[in-house]
Design a protein around this ligand. Structure first.
Ligand SMILES: Cc1cc2nc3c(=O)[nH]c(=O)nc-3n(C[C@H](O)[C@H](O)[C@H](O)COP(=O)(O)OP(=O)(O)OC[C@H]3O[C@@H](n4cnc5c(N)ncnc54)[C@H](O)[C@@H]3O)c2cc1C
Length: 406
């Protein structure tokens, strides 16, 4: 029996790689090495249903333990990979054990970004990435009944919605002049600000945090104009730092994530990377991308598994993402960065509308609010590289599919 495949990271990409390998008929040993105490689980509910206490921890698991046993996938939980010895094709674990590999997959995800300001590590200041983070945030919110959230991106807004629905007083601080400014058009920012305010969340844009204050527990937040906001509980939701340390130390190419080719191979042909830690070339956008989404983790993992099995499946997919806030389902197809034109269809007031983003006349992205059909049509049109007549797309007597010519 040969060494088989070792996957570092028991998350979305790690689990998907293992099951995709088995689905493709891979018969050699598969080990998943995971730092966390749990079998691989889903993270999206951590800011949504799980944070609200609506689902039990077991519901987060991708698969129960029996399925890993049946598929002969060995998951080592509470186990940290410490060093990759490339010349020996061996992985050293933190506990000193050495494991040989034929192929190695880095699916190490990332850590919630911490703010480098005074008071960031006071008690009562939370980050959200792991199941335990969501549990302790829920417990603290239930105890304190109020929270200040720093960061008006997806996670900050989802937590604001979930905790508001649990009856908490919520203030959300965003340093930029509008919410979601890096990822969405002003119409989308304005819509979410309105929805949150209608539910009683206090949104403060242009509010830059300079310190968190308190003896050992947070008592207040200080903004750059000197304003003090008292709070016993804060969440920092300002993005993610990819876990690239192992790769860097092993001398692999790393630049905003572990550099891969379109088949998820790193600069070492026996080592792959997938998920939030990986940076891949996008044929659709003609640039390198590091994405943080379920779709990306799954597609890259499948591509890595296919390459390992010798049946290459290039990763060429339109990125997509979703966010649930109150009764709003927001679905995003593609990436809007660099758009030079946009078309809004539908009624913002009716909570059912879409924003289509174009560059040079081609559709590059769409944000669909409670509008699954527009989302699906946009995904197809972006993949097909459709040149769009903006006037026709803006004409609501014409269906989206007709206007996009798909
Ligand atoms: C609160 C929250 C809400 C989200 N909501 C959405 C959503 O609505 N839609 C969406 O598409 N995406 C969402 N995401 C993003 C999505 O969950 C991630 O993109 C996805 O989990 C990435 O999977 P991954 O396997 O790359 O990383 P992870 O799921 O982070 O897994 C990486 C694992 O590797 C482990 N690890 C790291 N280093 C080592 C080491 N040296 N040794 C052993 N183990 C190691 C980590 O402990 C971790 O368990 C959300 C994320 C969060 C945190």
């Amino acid at each position: 029996m040969t060494a088989g495949t070792i996957i570092i990271g028991a998350g979305q990409a790690g689990a998907e790689t293992a099951f995709a390998l088995r689905k493709l008929g891979y018969q050699k040993p598969i080990h998943i090495i995971g730092k966390e105490p749990s079998l691989p689980y889903q993270r999206p509910p951590l800011s949504k249903t799980f944070l609200k206490g609506e689902i039990a921890p077991e519901r987060l698991l991708f698969k129960p333990a029996e399925i890993y046993q049946r598929e002969k996938i060995r998951v080592l939980t509470k186990t940290e990979a410490a060093k990759i010895l490339r010349e020996k094709k061996t992985l050293r674990l933190k506990n000193g054990e050495n494991l040989a590999y034929d192929h190695l997959v880095l699916a190490t995800g990332g850590e919630a970004r911490q703010l480098n300001i005074p008071g960031a590590s006071l008690r009562g200041v939370h980050l959200l990435r792991k199941r335990e983070d969501s549990e302790s945030l829920r417990e603290a919110a239930e105890k304190e009944g109020r929270i200040v959230i720093v960061g008006g991106g997806y996670i900050g807004l989802e937590v604001a919605a979930s905790l508001k629905q649990k009856g908490c007083d919520v203030i959300l601080l965003e340093a930029e002049p509008r919410l979601l400014s890096r990822v969405a058009a002003p119409e989308i920012s304005a819509f979410f600000q309105e929805i949150h305010e209608a539910h009683g969340v206090e949104i403060r844009c242009g509010a830059r945090l300079v310190s968190l204050e308190g003896r050992d527990h947070v008592e207040a937040l200080r903004l750059d104009g000197g304003e003090i906001i008292k709070t016993p509980l804060a969440l920092i939701g300002v993005g993610l730092c990819p876990n690239t340390g192992l790769a860097e130390e092993a001398g692999l190419l790393v630049a905003d994530g572990i550099t891969t080719d379109i088949h998820s191979r790193t600069s070492d042909p026996f080592i792959f990377a997938a998920g939030d830690c990986a940076n891949h070339p996008s044929r659709i956008y003609r640039r390198r991308l590091r994405l943080e989404s379920v779709q990306n983790a799954i597609a890259q993992a499948q591509s890595a598994a296919a390459t390992i099995c010798g049946c290459e499946k290039p990763y060429i997919e339109v990125p997509w993402f979703w966010s649930d806030q109150y009764d709003v389902k927001w679905q995003m197809a593609g990436l809007s960065e660099g758009y030079d034109g946009r078309v809004v269809r539908g009624e913002m007031g009716g909570r059912r509308f879409s924003v289509f983003y174009l560059r040079g006349g081609f559709l590059i992205a769409a944000d669909a609010i409670n509008s699954a059909a527009d989302f699906m049509a946009a995904r197809l049109a972006i993949a097909a590289g459709v040149f769009v007549d903006m006037g026709r797309l803006g004409d609501e007597s014409c269906s989206v599919r007709e206007a996009l010519g798909i």
